[in-house]
Design a protein around this ligand. Structure first.
Ligand SMILES: *Cc1c(COP(=O)(O)O)cnc(C)c1O
Length: 364
């Protein structure tokens, strides 16, 4: 679709980022599962992760997982959101493992597994402080005991999630808690846990500092591989590419205008009351992209001299006064993406996807 807003995806950079993360984790005895929810599991990107040596795949949405299976991905897949009671059959059918914290759901998974004549693997999520999903530490042993009663369910490990709701950072302390709980489960129930899953991208920081406690043997990585950033720790991961994704949008108007609107200020298109500072007449550009295409909070012009002034559903307004080269109607402006930006554009039907790699480019 020439002329439309384009998300350009450099598959070689994604493959490189994957292999770097995998190499560093493998050196510490940690497997890496690639999290595909951040880009709606676009299959070309998943393939780049697979080529980069990922140990497994994971997503929080069954729609994405079913599509991956239909595209022929045979890797182990973990469902990263607690299954809904209403779709346990699909979960057992299409995934190998799901993360869980509710015995009612696990019971239903067991029933589904019985009907489908399968064994379903469960990772019991433990809340070590972030307050999203997971059982509290004091309830882990009892819960694990209950899970082992179901013949069709295999409790393969414990996991925890951080940096999502409470913004809690992984540390050697809270991960140590998880490892110890794993040992307690093994000792008291006389079983072997294959997996102690120590979080996502925010845990990579601890790997670099050699602070991951022995016993943690899995991470579930999305953001780091895709964007080379770690939002929770507010950092760029310097050994990864940050520009595997670029969003390109076309300029449809360039004019010098006052920096304060004229007239009585009511509400903007989203019901907010906008505020302005008078910095005189400034050169502005409008690009043909808006809040319906992308979460504006999650994008930044690659040229740091440009600033985003605001957007409505279909127009994005930039201050281009300080640009070093002339920007004209028909030019294309490039934006880098944060996780929230990537999430929103990846499944927007208004944003074309263009893939780049040494083996050639192709569009979709
Ligand atoms: C989304 C998610 C991840 C991946 O997190 P990133 O920060 O993108 O690496 C890992 N685990 C769970 C449970 C998730 O929901």
């Amino acid at each position: 679709m020439p002329g439309s807003t384009i998300l350009e995806i450099d598959l070689d950079k994604i493959k490189y980022n994957t292999s770097q993360v995998v190499e560093r984790c493998h050196r510490k005895g940690i497997e890496v599962i690639g999290v595909t929810k951040g880009f709606s599991a676009i299959h070309q990107i998943v393939s780049a992760m697979v080529e980069g040596g990922i140990d497994g795949l994971a997503d929080s949405r069954m729609e994405n997982i079913i599509e991956l299976r239909e595209k022929g991905f045979t890797q182990p897949i973990t469902l990263l959101r607690i299954p809904r009671l209403s779709n346990v059959m699909e979960v057992v059918n299409y995934t190998d493992t799901s993360i869980n914290s509710e015995i009612t759901v696990i019971k239903a998974l067991a029933q589904a597994a019985k009907e489908l004549k399968k064994i379903h693997q469960v990772i019991l999520m433990v809340d070590v402080g972030d307050l999203r999903e997971g059982v509290l530490q004091e309830n882990v042993l009892e819960m694990a005991k209950q899970i082992t009663r179901f013949k069709e369910i295999k409790l393969i490990g414990l996991g925890t999630n951080m940096g999502c709701f409470g913004g809690i950072l992984p540390s050697s302390n809270n991960l140590e808690v998880l490892v110890k709980l794993g040992c307690a489960v093994e000792n008291q129930l006389g079983l072997k846990l294959e997996i102690i899953s120590g979080g996502g991208t925010s845990t990579l920081m601890l790997i670099g500092n050699d602070e991951v406690p022995a016993g943690i043997n899995q991470l579930r990585i999305g953001e780091g591989i895709l964007l080379g950033t770690d939002t929770t720790n507010n950092r760029k991961i310097r050994w990864l590419h940050q520009d595997a994704f670029l969003l390109r949008a076309e300029v449809i108007e360039v004019k010098s205008k006052p920096s304060i609107p004229t007239g009585t200020i009511g509400r903007d298109a989203f019901g907010n009351i906008p505020e302005f500072i008078d910095i005189g007449v400034r050169k502005r550009a409008i690009v043909a992209m808006g809040k319906q295409d992308v979460n504006i909070q999650g994008i930044n012009p690659v040229d740091e001299r440009l600033t985003i002034l605001g957007a409505s559903s279909d127009h994005l307004i930039l201050d281009i006064e300080d640009s070093e080269h002339e920007i004209k109607v028909g030019d294309v402006i490039a934006f880098s993406l944060a996780y929230s930006g990537l999430l929103s554009v990846s499944d927007s039907k208004y944003v074309g996807k263009q893939f780049k790699s040494n083996s050639g480019a192709n569009n979709e």
